[in-house]
Design a binder for this molecule. Structure first.
Ligand SMILES: NC(=O)c1ccc[n+]([C@@H]2O[C@H](COP(=O)([O-])OP(=O)(O)OC[C@H]3O[C@@H](n4cnc5c(N)ncnc54)[C@H](OP(=O)(O)O)[C@@H]3O)[C@@H](O)[C@H]2O)c1
Length: 285
């Protein structure tokens, strides 16, 4: 399959979608775009959506990461729902426009969008914030999600669902992670505003707010025993999460079981938001 590129890297081929009747999943016949779908929580979301029969399109910047994810998913694609990859940067509007069209093309429309692309910030005290780092962090976590919604919504039909990955940092202070926290807080308001706007078109917009889950993004946190202990002290359930636990809630919000739910943010955090944000003075980098 050849997709428009407009500066994005060429798309990877997709498996031919199976006829809907052959696929028993509740998302059979749907098409999903997952930004940041090549790794971590986004990849777990892709696994969950694919297992329910959605054709999944993964977007990210690194082609090798996308290729590896595609191979893994295709091996697990029992129903032939199909996997497409499309490399590009969510902060580049033409890359996103191209990725959205690629994601919609197998089915003729886009049904599900998961905004998982995100990045941490360099961190540090407010007086030391680097403006380029601030702009990079907000560009990925907030502006990228806005651009994704801007280009996806016109291709979505009645019953479409958008799920954005926020963070407990969007609601609990994370000292020395101000750019990330502000970006996620902004993302949650983006979700509420867009949900209000597109509800009469039958499109739902929600967010999941994960606590600490070991991934590449959270490596500076979960590799530091002092910081992990501080996180665990704030979690009634007393353990870190898994990508699959986050993906279960994304799957619920993406599909028909949440058909009367929009504009909401669901914490999947072991109860962390009942308490306080982490003490990141012990952060080493
Ligand atoms: N892990 C946690 O503890 C945690 C907690 C709360 C919220 N979250 C959120 O969960 C989401 C997924 O993060 P993760 O933990 O799964 O980390 P991850 O494995 O590092 O995933 C982040 C993904 O985003 C992609 N990405 C980053 N910048 C991008 C850009 N400019 N354009 C396109 N893709 C981009 C990355 O791919 P490329 O680098 O190849 O582009 C990568 O696949 C993020 O939004 C994060 O803020 C994570």
């Amino acid at each position: 399959m050849t997709m428009p590129s407009e500066g994005a890297s060429p798309d990877q081929p997709t498996a031919t979608p199976a006829p809907a009747a052959e696929c028993p999943g509740e998302l059979r016949g749907t098409a999903a775009l997952i930004t940041g779908g090549g790794s971590g929580l986004g990849l777990a979301c892709a696994r969950a959506l694919l297992a329910e029969g959605a054709h999944v399109t993964l977007m990210g910047r690194r082609t090798a990461v996308l290729r590896q994810a595609r191979h893994e998913l295709q091996a697990a694609d029992r129903h032939g729902a199909g996997v497409t990859t499309h490399s590009g940067d969510v902060t580049n509007e033409s890359h996103l426009a191209s990725a959205v069209r690629a994601a919609a093309s197998p089915r003729g429309r886009l049904d599900i969008v998961v905004c998982a692309a995100g990045s941490g910030a360099g961190g540090g005290p407010i007086a030391a914030i680097d403006l380029d780092e601030w702009n990079r962090c907000l560009g990925t976590n907030l502006t990228g999600a806005m651009l994704t919604m801007k280009h996806a919504i016109p291709l979505m039909g009645e019953g479409g669902s958008i799920v954005a990955l926020s963070s407990i940092a969007g609601v609990l202070t994370h000292r020395y992670m101000t750019a990330y926290a502000v970006g996620k807080a902004g993302l949650e308001m983006l979700v509420r505003n867009v949900a209000d706007e597109v509800g009469d078109a039958g499109i739902r917009v929600n967010a999941v707010r994960p606590g600490l889950v070991p991934t590449a993004l959270s490596e500076p946190l979960h590799s530091n025993p002092g910081i992990v202990d501080d996180y665990l002290e704030q979690m009634p359930l007393g353990r870190l999460g898994t990508p699959e636990e986050v993906a279960e809630t994304v799957l619920f919000l993406a599909g028909p079981r949440s058909s009367w739910t929009t504009g909401q943010v669901f914490a999947v955090d072991g109860g962390h938001t009942l308490r306080r944000g982490p003490d990141l003075r012990r952060r080493t980098r």
